[in-house]
Write a protein that binds this ligand. Structure first.
Ligand code: SF4
Ligand code: SF4
Length: 105
């Protein structure tokens, strides 16, 4: 079995461009809510605070050391501002699969 491929910043940039998130849709009280997951790669993050400061929905807060903390993941609107502006490609936004193979519009 091959060891898992090491994530590189170049690969991350390609993935970021190719994987514009497509929203999962979850019906909630008659409305369709799009859901996204936020992944932070701690090894690359330098705790600059850009993602937290500019998230329009205040999804990302900061811990005592200044590092980003996903506090309200369900409020994410998938705008990708954090992903695009992170200087170290340390955060990615992807569609959340609520139930794989189901609930697809
Ligand atoms: S913008 Fe990137 S490097 Fe800065 S705190 Fe957020 S994830 Fe970390
Ligand atoms: S994609 Fe937009 S709403 Fe979601 S965490 Fe990033 S900046 Fe906030």
């Amino acid at each position: 079995m091959n060891p898992p491929k090491k994530r590189t910043k170049q690969a991350a940039k390609k993935t970021m461009i190719a994987n514009k998130p497509r929203a999962s849709k979850q019906k909630q009280s008659g409305k369709v809510k799009e859901l996204y997951d936020q992944t932070i790669f701690r090894d690359w993050c330098k705790a600059c605070g850009i993602c937290s400061a500019f998230c329009p929905k205040k999804v990302i807060g900061r811990d005592n050391a200044g590092g980003p903390v996903v506090e309200r993941p369900d409020d994410c609107i998938g705008c990708r501002f954090c992903e695009i502006h992170c200087p170290d490609f340390a955060i990615t936004i992807v569609e959340r699969n609520v139930e794989p193979g189901r609930n697809k519009a």
